[in-house]
Design a protein around this ligand. Structure first.
Ligand code: FRU
Length: 934
């Protein structure tokens, strides 16, 4: 759960910048999106000419209308009176993917194909003002030009009653308004015979062209009374030419368009420069509206015809007023539109801000919720932690309390032990003294003397332990102070080493002493250092095998104020675990590599600490151990009251400790002495590393049993195979192979599985006893033990073996669960009897054949069969042969010779002799008697 919170926190701390950027972009995007929710269209407008006022007005009208419809892209092209240019521009618009085309074709015919092409591609086409030559367009917006021509003719007919010569100035020849206006005008004039259409002139809709062309024919202009031009600009050009020729008096000039604005038709009429003009609305606004209807697929007029009327002096003012109003309204609209646009901008930016605020708020709420949730969870976790903390604290307090109690209890126990130890000293001394008297009185070689010496040695050993215990307690209470004197270290060490010479010789151990010099005057407590070195040497001897090496060397490291004493052996060495605990007070290693009282080394280390020196150990399993003593030179490290200069005092102290210098010599023990005198029926193998105990047990058992004895686990294991004893007594902690390992190995081997094993051990806890039994030991006896108890156990196990023997040598009951070793025995017996049965008729069958078959040695087979069946192998085979012979004699109709060969006897004579020896009659008598009886 904590990880989960950490992950969330990490996520936010890493990504908050990105989160806020994303919010901002999203807000902006959503605002833009709202602005653009109109469908987007592209309208292309192809204008034939854009420069004149009328067309500018048309474009303006379009733009105003477009501003009311956002979302339209408007593409404008001006062909400048050139049809070829206009065709090209329309093509560009089509390539530009326009959605709708508005076109005012310059000339009808040339522009028709391109308009048809657009239309046939499905692009809607609105034709405005001028037309093409076909009907392939979507809508038309414009005025009825025929009506405009007719309106002009009718106006003249109404207002001119006298005969008058009329001149018509036409637009571009191929453009539709030119054609239609001309037709309407001529049709109207037919009604008025006083009006004569005397001259027609094409001037391409342009004022300058009109002027130019009129001046070219100025001679023909004298009789003209009326000029009707197809637009106001050409009418004005004509007026100016006629005026320049002074011909304009009493003349009438009328035009078409009546455009508003400066220079437009309305102003020309108001300024009396033109007499009248036919109103020709541009249709710009209507074209855009129609386009929207088409694009939005709503209804529209295919032909949107703009209204027209005559504007002259009678209504021009009204028209101007109207126009000005429209104009100002238009301005208002434009202003409002720009205001609206500005408002839109403000609105948009505010909307972005609002969106950001809203999203931020939402995110804040989400994060807030999350933070609240996390806070809550955190609070819960904290509460749990608090509870746990409280629990731990109270447990700790309990532990402190318990450990204080334990300390008090331990202290009390240790005090008790110390006091008891003190108490032991006197009785032990009182045992020791009369004992020494007794030893002196009794004959050295007698059994009593041996036993008394054993007692003596162990009393001294006990005294030593008691003293160690007391000294350790003294150190603990700072009561033990060193009493250092300045002595020559070399002879001092040498003397201790020499006290081990006998032991070295006896065990064939190479004991070496070396020193870098003969004299080293150094301060030390003679008693303490004596005990330390003595202890280290005893250890070295304990763990070094015969023919080993023990080296004691005194060294002085260069440039150091210290002396080193090394005690090095090439013995069995210690495990890493044992090295770690070598100096622990009560540490007892499980393996043999470190077996002792657990006090000697610990005490030695404390002694060296009191010297402000040190004691260290280096060891490797199987390679040996080196203890290193460091002693400081000089006396600056010693307090005044730690230094003794009074000689007599020292000698006295040293004398007191003689028990440390006595070599506790082992009792002579003759192991595995060759069988002499009476041969014992049963044998015992005793494996015990304490030679005293081994000697004692040997002497106790050897009267009734053949005893094989050894102090080494591995040797014991090998002896078990070699001798196949009837019973084994073994210690648990042994050099090389532990008692448990020996038991386990022997009990799982068919050759030795039948041997009962008694484990003797100092480890007395129930768990340890159970573990011993689990390792298949038959009995587990805790030291100190009562010898009679051990003896009874030995007898008991051997008796049980006897019962088993009888049991196995008769019938084998099936289904009974037997322990592992017994299963192995049963297997062995099955195998053994099977081989014998199969070979009963084999005359050459020998014991070696069985050994080969089962895979054990002759002596092992002999011992095993003896142990399990209580008879020799040959006796067993012979009895099986005779039993078979008996069966054959009784049940089969066979001759004696045949029975002889079927039961593996070499000759009938030999068979008869053996048979008679066993059953008291010859085989033939046996057959006769028994068959007769039946
Ligand atoms: C403007 C114009 C107008 C006329 C119209 C005919 O270019 O010449 O004066 O009425 O075109 O298409």
């Amino acid at each position: 759960m904590l990880n989960y919170y950490r992950y969330i926190n990490l996520f936010f701390s890493f990504h908050w910048k990105r989160i806020f950027m994303a919010i901002f972009c999203f807000a902006l995007f959503s605002s833009c999106n709202k602005q653009n929710n109109h469908p987007h269209f592209k309208i292309g407008f192809s204008q034939c000419v854009g420069a004149d006022l009328w067309r500018r007005t048309m474009l303006e009208e379009m733009r105003i209308e477009l501003s009311l419809h956002p979302g339209i892209e408007f593409v404008y092209k001006d062909a400048d009176n050139n049809s070829a240019v206009q065709i090209r521009q329309v093509k560009q618009l089509l390539d530009d993917d326009i959605d709708l085309l508005i076109i005012s074709p310059n000339e009808a015919r040339p522009l028709t194909p391109i308009v048809e092409e657009a239309f046939s591609k499905g692009i809607p086409v609105i034709v405005i003002d001028r037309k093409t030559s076909s009907n392939f367009y979507t809508a038309y917006v414009g005025s009825n030009n025929y009506e405009i021509g007719k309106l002009a003719g009718d106006y003249l007919g109404r207002t001119v009653k006298t005969n008058a010569s009329v001149m018509e100035i036409l637009g571009l020849p191929g453009s539709s308004p030119t054609i239609e206006r001309q037709k309407g005008f001529s049709d109207a004039l037919k009604k008025y015979p006083n009006l004569h259409l005397d001259k027609q002139l094409y001037c391409n809709w342009l004022k300058d062209t009109t002027k130019k062309k009129l001046l070219q024919i100025s001679a023909e202009l004298k009789n003209i009374d009326i000029v009707f031009a197809h637009n106001d600009m050409m009418a004005l050009g004509a007026k100016e030419v006629f005026k320049s020729l002074n011909l304009d008096r009493n003349m009438k000039f009328i035009g078409v368009d009546a455009s508003p604005g400066t220079g437009g038709g309305l102003q020309l009429i108001a300024g009396k420069q033109l007499n009248a003009s036919m109103l020709y609305p541009t249709g710009g606004k209507e074209a855009i509206r129609t386009a929207f209807s088409i694009l939005n697929k709503t209804s529209f007029n295919k032909e949107s015809i703009q209204p027209t009327l005559v504007i002259d002096s009678s209504n021009v003012q009204l028209m101007q007023i109207q126009w000005n109003r429209i104009s100002s309204q238009q301005n208002d609209i434009e202003r409002q539109q720009s205001l609206l646009a500005e408002q839109q901008k403000v609105y948009n930016s505010q909307r972005v801000i609002l969106n950001i605020i809203v999203i931020t708020m939402v995110v804040a709420i989400v994060f807030g919720g999350l933070a609240f949730f996390l806070l809550n969870e955190n609070r819960k976790t904290n509460k749990k932690l608090e509870a746990k903390n409280y629990e731990i604290l109270s447990q700790r307090n309990q532990l402190i309390e318990m450990s204080a109690k334990a300390e008090v209890a331990t202290e009390a126990k240790l005090n008790f032990f110390t006091n008891i130890s003190h108490e032991f000293r006197t009785p032990l001394t009182l045992i020791l003294l009369p004992l020494e008297d007794l030893i002196a009185q009794i004959k050295t070689d007698s059994v009593q003397s041996k036993n008394l010496k054993l007692i003596h040695k162990n009393v001294i050993r006990l005294l030593r332990y008691v003293n160690q215990l007391i000294e350790y307690r003294k150190i603990e209470y700072d009561k033990l102070k060193i009493r250092a004197t300045e002595n020559n270290l070399v002879p001092f060490v040498k003397e201790i080493v020499s006290s081990f010479n006998d032991m070295a010789v006896k065990n064939n151990i190479n004991l070496q002493f070396t020193s870098f010099t003969n004299s080293i005057m150094i301060w030390f407590d003679v008693n303490m250092l004596d005990k330390v070195i003595f202890n280290l040497l005893s250890n070295a001897f304990k763990f070094t095998k015969n023919n080993g090496l023990i080296k004691i060397s005194i060294k002085k490291p260069q440039e150091a104020d210290e002396i080193i004493i090394e005690v090095e052996d090439n013995g069995i060495g210690m495990t890493e675990e044992s090295v770690l605990h070598a100096f622990d007070m009560f540490y007892q290693a499980d393996s043999y590599s470190f077996k002792g009282s657990g006090l000697g080394l610990s005490l030695s280390k404390e002694f060296m600490n009191l010297h402000k020196g040190s004691l260290k150990v280096k060891s490797k399993k199987g390679q040996g151990t080196t203890f290193t003593i460091n002693l400081r030179t000089g006396d600056s490290h010693l307090l005044e009251d730690e230094k003794y200069t009074h000689k007599g005092q020292i000698e006295n102290i040293y004398e007191q400790e003689k028990i440390y210098n006595i070599t506790l010599e082992d009792l002579p023990i003759q192991l595995n002495k060759p069988a002499g005198g009476v041969i014992k029926e049963q044998s015992i193998l005793i494996i015990e590393d304490n030679t005293d105990l081994l000697a004692y047990l040997t002497s106790k058992f050897e009267t009734d049993y053949e005893v094989f004895a050894t102090t080494n686990g591995n040797d014991g294991f090998n002896l078990a195979f070699e001798k196949i004893p009837d019973i084994i007594i073994s210690d648990v902690v042994l050099p090389e192979l532990s008692g448990k390992e020996i038991t386990n190995k022997l009990k799982t081997d068919i050759r030795t599985s039948h041997i009962p094993i008694i484990l003797l051990t100092a480890k007395g806890s129930l768990e340890q006893q159970i573990e011993g039994i689990r390792n298949k030991a038959d009995v587990y006896i805790v030291k100190p033990f009562n010898f009679d108890y051990l003896l009874e156990n030995v007898r008991n196990l051997l008796n049980n073996r006897q019962l088993l023997k009888e049991h196995y040598s008769s019938e084998y009951p099936g289904g009974n669960k037997v322990p592992v070793s017994k299963k192995l025995d049963k297997k062995f017996l099955n195998e053994f009897s099977g081989i014998v049965e199969a070979n009963l008729s084999n005359e050459k069958f020998t014991v070696d054949d069985i050994c080969k078959n089962i895979g054990i040695s002759r002596i092992q087979l002999y011992r095993k069969v003896k142990a399990l069946l209580g008879c020799s192998i040959t006796d067993y085979i012979l009895s099986r042969r005779l039993q078979k012979a008996k069966y054959l004699l009784l049940n089969e109709d066979l001759s004696i010779a045949e029975v002889t060969y079927q039961t593996g006897f070499s000759s009938p004579t030999y068979f008869s002799t053996v048979f008679k020896g066993k059953y008291g009659c010859t085989p033939s008598d046996f057959k006769k008697n028994n068959i007769n009886q039946s």
